[in-house]
Design a protein around this ligand. Structure first.
Ligand code: C5P
Length: 226
């Protein structure tokens, strides 16, 4: 049995990937499966936490037992749901792949092929950074965790890049996943680093997404007790 060390801790986890509609039938999306976020929510609940899971397009996954599940689609909806839940949470983990851009306008009808063979031009607008917003509005003592999916390896500057991202976003912990070449997205195992705002860096061994979740909750638990 797992330790009940997160009893009384209120956590919010976002999972999955947002979809940004282009017209009534099309969207811009990404390849996040939601598995890492679900593992985080499941393990936190098993360890006694009160968990709100804000999930975007994770329909293929079984609903974890004992969590409060909120289903969303777009980045805007995910942001709203996470901010609402974060208002009385001790820990917020942003594991969702949030679209950085959305189509500037949503076509009312399905976009048709033009007779002259030309293709439509889609103008994108920036989505706000939800994680940075949570950091700006955080409750006293609230712990905020971000994820970063980076291509490349350690020598390719992934860690330097991630350290800068941690500083820029202002979160307390950043889980850095190496992606590309079949790593991290849609697979069962995950690896990377866990960077802490106080400069601590842990290599996360290749393991299941549940193992990564357990390691993250261990570190969160230690930080909350400090
Ligand atoms: O900058 P990047 O997209 O790599 O940052 C990833 C982290 O930021 C993840 O924790 C993700 O959930 C979060 N994010 C966000 N809002 C966005 C884009 C990313 O909260 N618009």
């Amino acid at each position: 049995a797992l330790p009940r060390d997160l009893e009384g801790v209120r956590v919010v986890v976002s999972a999955g990937g947002t979809r940004e509609p282009l017209d009534p039938v099309r969207y811009l999306g990404n390849r996040s499966s939601g598995k890492q976020g679900y593992a985080l929510a499941r393990v936190a609940a098993q360890r006694g936490a009160a968990v709100t899971l804000v999930a975007a397009h994770t329909l293929a996954l079984p609903e974890p037992a004992g969590v409060d599940l909120v289903s969303v689609s777009t980045a805007e909806q995910l942001g709203k749901a996470v901010r609402t839940a974060a208002a009385d949470a001790d820990v917020v983990v942003m594991a969702a792949a949030v679209a950085d851009f959305r189509p500037e306008s949503l076509a009312e009808h399905k976009i048709k092929k033009a007779d002259d063979g030309s293709a439509p031009v889609v103008t994108l607008a920036r989505n706000p950074d939800i994680l940075a917003g949570l950091v700006a509005d955080r409750r006293p003592g609230q712990l905020i965790v971000g994820f970063a999916a980076e291509t490349g390896d350690e020598r390719g500057g992934v860690l330097d890049h991630a350290r800068r991202k941690l500083a820029r976003k202002g979160c307390d912990l950043l889980v850095v996943n190496a992606v590309g070449e079949g790593r991290a997205f849609e697979v069962e195992e995950n690896t990377g680093w866990l960077l802490s705002a106080d400069g601590e860096e842990r290599k996360l061994p290749l393991g299941s997404k549940s193992q990564l979740a357990a390691t993250l909750w261990d570190v969160v638990f230690q930080s909350l007790r400090r």
